[in-house]
Design a protein around this ligand. Structure first.
Ligand SMILES: [Zn+2]
Length: 381
């Protein structure tokens, strides 16, 4: 066996070696990474390797399978590896900081990788990071009644727990004052049609208001996102002082479990099926639906309790009910009524079923119970 083959075999073994963390991308956690930064000593996925290529002074990448590896680099990889390098570059990641996962958008991964290795923000001996408190700046915000993005001044007051935005540059009266208490933020780059697109939601008059914003600079928009998260964590610590930080972190912001178009009929189930955009919020246990994906307010929402409370989801439509254009369907049964949906494909149907089953099979959290006691299970506009 030549050097080339022997070293490739050593590397492939190293990827699976117990206690190294090498079986998952060092930056996004994707399984079976087959690229490596041989300057940092970590194994990463193809996606993340693309980011590493942009700062060759700090990182240099090679393919595990396609490139040539000499003895000394294989040796270096053996002595480092994902867990050891993580301990160095992720020594003190603030609790509020969002650590991206494999299915997150590119701007989150890119800024995480840059913050870690290029700016070295989280090293034990690195420069002290000032915890983001207040923040002020301009974001492009999508107009409520037209698709145009306009420059708006946003002000985050962390201690007061408020986010405000202004339509006039020097205006004194904010267009909206948003309480951090009800705020969520989630990157929605595809839906917004911008690689830095961020969706901010908050409660207004019993409905969920959506704001769609972006900043042309990737660092700026991710900094805004993490500043909002820092303010949220601060609020949660005050509101739920009995809970440890580790239980508060998953509550800071949340992503939708699934989104997409389905068609729905009305409460009598004789009404014509209409195409709507649906978004499933697993934490609040809410299925929200909209006329269009970027609407400011939902048309309606369905609260999803648990199986124990009599909530169930069934594959297919009830007997005698036929959809409009789409055949694949599903039915959600709550203690109060039936909701009948059709999906554009069997793949979509399977994904929705899986997502609903996941939500319905999990018990209500104390936060869910608190929210339920203050409103009914379904509202429509
Ligand atoms: Zn990755």
């Amino acid at each position: 066996m030549g050097d080339r083959e022997r070293n490739k075999k050593r590397l492939l073994e190293l990827l699976q070696a117990a206690g190294t963390g090498n079986a998952y991308c060092a930056d996004c956690g994707a399984a079976d990474p087959d690229w490596a930064s041989y300057k940092l000593g970590i194994f990463i996925c193809l996606n993340c390797s693309g980011v590493h290529r942009n700062f060759p002074d700090i990182s240099k990448v090679k393919s595990v399978r396609l490139d040539f590896w000499d003895d000394s680099i294989v040796e270096f990889m053996t002595h480092n590896g994902n867990l050891r390098v993580k301990a160095k570059y992720e020594a003190r990641v603030p609790a509020f900081y969002y650590i991206p996962q494999a299915n997150d958008c590119m701007v989150l991964k890119e800024q995480w990788i840059r913050a870690k290795y290029e700016r070295q923000e989280f090293m034990a001996d690195g420069k002290t990071i000032s915890h983001p408190g207040n923040r002020e700046g301009f974001l492009w915000k999508r107009g409520r009644d037209n698709a145009q993005f306009l420059r708006r001044r946003f002000v985050l007051l962390a201690r007061e727990g408020l986010l405000k935005y202004y339509t006039k540059e020097e205006g004194k009266d904010p267009k909206a004052v948003i309480s951090i208490k009800d705020l969520n933020a989630t990157f929605q780059t595809e839906k917004i049609g911008n690689p830095h697109g961020l969706q901010i939601t908050y409660r207004r008059d019993g409905h969920i208001r959506n704001l769609f914003v972006y900043h042309e600079n990737g660092k700026e928009i991710v900094d805004w996102f993490n500043a909002l998260r820092a303010a949220r964590l601060q609020y949660l610590k005050m509101a739920l002082p009995e809970l440890p930080e580790s239980e508060l972190v998953p509550l800071i912001t949340r992503n939708y479990l699934k989104q997409g178009f389905m068609e729905k009929t009305g409460p009598k189930q004789r009404e014509p099926f209409k195409k709507r955009w649906f978004a499933l919020d697993p934490q609040e246990r809410r299925l929200l639906y909209y006329k269009n994906p970027l609407d400011a307010f939902e048309l309606g929402q369905v609260f999803l309790g648990s199986n124990e409370q009599g909530y169930q989801v069934f594959e297919d439509l009830p007997k005698g009910i036929r959809g409009n254009r789409w055949k694949a369907g599903l039915t959600i049964v709550t203690p109060h009524r039936r909701f009948v949906f059709t999906c554009p494909s069997e793949k979509e149907q399977r994904e929705w079923l899986e997502s609903f089953r996941e939500v319905l099979s999990s018990p209500l959290t104390p936060l869910n119970l608190l929210a339920v006691s203050t409103e009914s299970d379904c509202s429509h506009r």
